[in-house]
Ligand binder design. Structure first.
Ligand SMILES: *[C@@H]1O[C@H](CO)[C@@H](O)[C@H](O)[C@H]1NC(C)=O
Ligand SMILES: *[C@@H]1O[C@H](CO)[C@@H](O)[C@H](O)[C@H]1NC(C)=O
Length: 391
């Protein structure tokens, strides 16, 4: 009897200990895209919490070439980027990006093309000295930049091909390299992510970067938060419902501001969800110049500078949709962006609540030179870690 109780206590203690070791061995991921547009890295005090840096972008076209070509054009050599981060930071090469998906259409097409693409990816990782890759196909099975030119029906085959394509790359890379994918944040863009395919997709990946930003874009016709809490929850839950484990999901943060010209009268009393009028040409999908964005590192465009100054000081946090916003009545402009306070709120309300495995931001250098959003993100990560230790 005593022995049995003692045994149970011992087992309980061991379980606790093992759980403690496991969580200590798998720290939360803090991933930063390092972009060619803003290849800036802060000093160690701010960069040391970064677990992975994903260099964006390398073109997918390169991996359809004949094998044996060792030219891998990227904005900076991997070893040079690595030297700017702490020694433990994993360096990934991000392949693709918005508007550069033709190489994926070609590469994912057949068994042969997939195998060739995959062997080239493995060769690239080997020759550049990267720790892995992030597959940033925007998006498999349609709704990408050329959606008006190539109808989604013409890409329906990619729903089945995408998991096979990832599996082939994983097999060429082997189990020790890091492999992730950046995936859409809006349910209507998740065409290739079904209850059938998501488990297959996750078999190949270490983690999924859910792009929970640009959730208002120029295909919309009413004002929304582009990286709000409610829409971010919808995004991460969609992947979990289709079979992705929560701890394999990273929540995306945007280190940039977005704005949209709107109608005037209908927005006066109710600026959230009010009509913008057309933002892109309904025939061609071409941008009508009524929407814009800029990184925190960039100069604010001259024509919206006065409006942005008002947005910074007079904006409010919407407790319902969860986002900082400002509707500028003087110029009828909708502003949507994360302040440091809005960044902080996402940790308890999304990352902790949904038990996600980490976060990422587009992108690191976009927050230079003040790094206020990165500071808020690092602080959010610390708050989760200390809460875990208390438990
Ligand atoms: C290697 O690839 C580069 C870039 O795609 C190309 O310009 C070059 O001609 C290729 N070299 C060979 C020998 O095919
Ligand atoms: C927005 O577009 C949808 C369909 O594309 C349409 O049904 C709706 O009336 C539009 N809303 C406004 C405010 O223009």
């Amino acid at each position: 009897m005593i022995t049995a109780v003692f045994k149970m206590a011992l087992v309980g203690l061991l379980t606790l200990l093992t759980a403690g070791v496991a969580s200590a061995a798998t720290p939360m991921r803090n991933i930063m895209y390092l972009t060619g547009q803003h290849p800036f890295v802060p000093d160690t005090s701010l960069s040391s919490p970064i677990t992975h840096a994903a260099m964006a972008f390398m073109s997918p076209d390169l991996f359809n070439r004949e094998e044996g070509n060792s030219t891998w054009p990227l904005f900076m050599p991997v070893h040079e980027a690595r030297s700017k981060f702490s020694s433990g930071t994993q360096m990934l090469v991000a392949i693709g990006g918005w508007g550069d998906s033709a190489g994926f259409d070609t590469g994912a097409c057949t068994d042969e093309s997939r195998a060739k693409f995959a062997r080239n990816v493995a060769a690239m990782v080997d020759e550049t000295g990267a720790d892995g890759v992030d597959i940033d196909w925007e998006y498999p099975a349609g709704n990408g930049e050329d959606w008006k030119k190539i109808p989604n029906e013409a890409r329906a085959w990619q729903i089945a091909a995408y998991p096979k394509f990832l599996a082939e790359i994983r097999s060429a890379l082997g189990p020790d390299k890091v492999m992730s994918a950046a995936v859409p944040g809006l349910p209507h863009d998740m065409i290739a992510f079904t209850p059938e395919t998501v488990p297959q997709i996750m078999d190949s990946l270490d983690f999924l970067n859910v792009m929970a930003y640009d959730l208002m874009n120029r295909r919309d016709n009413v004002t929304k938060h582009h990286t709000g809490i409610e829409a971010s929850l919808t995004a991460v839950r969609a992947y979990m419902e289709n079979g992705a484990a929560a701890d394999k999901i990273n929540l995306g943060f945007a280190f940039y501001a977005k704005y949209f010209h709107t109608e005037h009268e209908p927005c006066v009393n109710n600026p959230i969800g009010c009509p913008t009028g057309p933002l892109e040409d309904p025939e061609t999908g071409v941008d009508l110049g009524r929407a814009g964005s800029f990184a925190w590192r960039d100069d604010v465009p001259q024509d919206v500078r006065a409006s942005f100054d008002r947005a910074k000081t007079k904006g409010e946090y919407d407790q319902v949709g969860g986002g900082y916003y400002y509707w500028d009545e003087a110029e009828a402009i909708w502003w949507t962006f994360d302040t440091p306070m809005a960044v902080a709120k996402k940790f308890p309300l999304i990352v902790e609540k949904e038990k996600l495995g980490g976060v990422f931001a587009w992108g690191l250098g976009e927050d230079a030179p003040k790094w206020v959003h990165l500071r808020a993100l690092n602080a959010g990560m610390r708050s989760l870690t200390s809460r875990k230790e208390e438990l």
